[in-house]
Design a protein around this ligand. Sequence first.
Ligand SMILES: *Cc1c(COP(=O)(O)O)cnc(C)c1O
Length: 376
Amino acid sequence: MEFIDLKTQAAQIKKNVMVKISESIDNAAFILGSNVIELEEILVDYSGTKFAVTCSSGTDALLLCLMAYGVKPGDVILTTPFTFFATAEVISLLGAEPYFVDIDENTFNIDPEKLEQLLNDYNSESIKKLQGKKIRGIIPVDLFGLPADYNRINEIAKKNDLFVIEDAAQSFGAGYMGKKAGSLSPISATSFFPAKPLGCYGDGGAVFTSDENVKELLLSLRVHGQGVDKYENVRIGINGRLDAIQAIVLIEKLKLFSGELDQRNIVAKRYSDKLKDYVKVPFIPEGYTSAWAQYSICSENRDKIMKALSDKKIPSVIYYVNPLHLQKAFKYLNFKEGDYPISEKVSKQIFSLPMHPYLGKDDQEKVINCIIDSLN
Ligand SMILES: *Cc1c(COP(=O)(O)O)cnc(C)c1O
């Protein structure tokens, strides 16, 4: 059994992909170009934003967002400690400082209440760590495919004059109050890493925005801060382009995508119906839909369950063992155990089960029965 099965899907798109890659080789068109433009148009249609700027990875998409807002040393960016490293890494990479806000125990996403609390405390008496620094923005993460609470986050941000960057790396395809992930804040970053809900055959990502000025900035930043052409450089940028092969793969995969989302929802429902009396199953609030990048459950018996699964050769993975404030690379930020109790507690109980659109009912029964048996 596979944790994420990419082979079944590949068999369905391979013929078209190979034909188009072959054409692209004949035309010697490898980076950006017509396939990338076609993909960006499809992404605009899908997301409901005005612009999509594809790029070289989800990490670079986040980096480009921060660069578009001119983030620099001395700035503080608020984010969740319970996410993939890249979310906070890009903040540090620009010399700015990540500051964490704990999560909601039910959604695993940044807790708007705690966010508001922090900003109130900061305004009144100031937290030592933040003294003399300017909080510029917030990066909420749509963890495991479930959007954060953007109505509240955007409102808090507005009140405090902060920007919001949606980290939609795991949530492409998800929904929130009738809107799509990627359109839930003024700028948003997604990833097309192969294991994400919409993945390519290498690295890739995209930034979404409806602000034309921001879009122009992103186009420049993506190609070494180019001006009228790539040999006029008007700002410091990066090499952040997407290549034609990845665009070709994504265009083909997008044809299957909405059917695959339906399948992921069926798989998730089957797990939750059968497991809800044994473990803590994912909570999807009213008005939200998940893209199910991961199906993650919590149990105090995690070790026992994971061992039973592994004995039956059923893969399961812990996302995430270490909250970011306890990661070695962020030692210099001087956080300690106990600073973010919810993230720490969740990290000790959470693990993810096989989840993909092609997970058959029989395989799923095996996973479910193995978990239930292990608890008897
Ligand atoms: C995967 C991921 C990223 C980074 O995306 P890459 O394409 O791997 O660079 C950023 N944030 C989150 C939450 C992710 O899961």
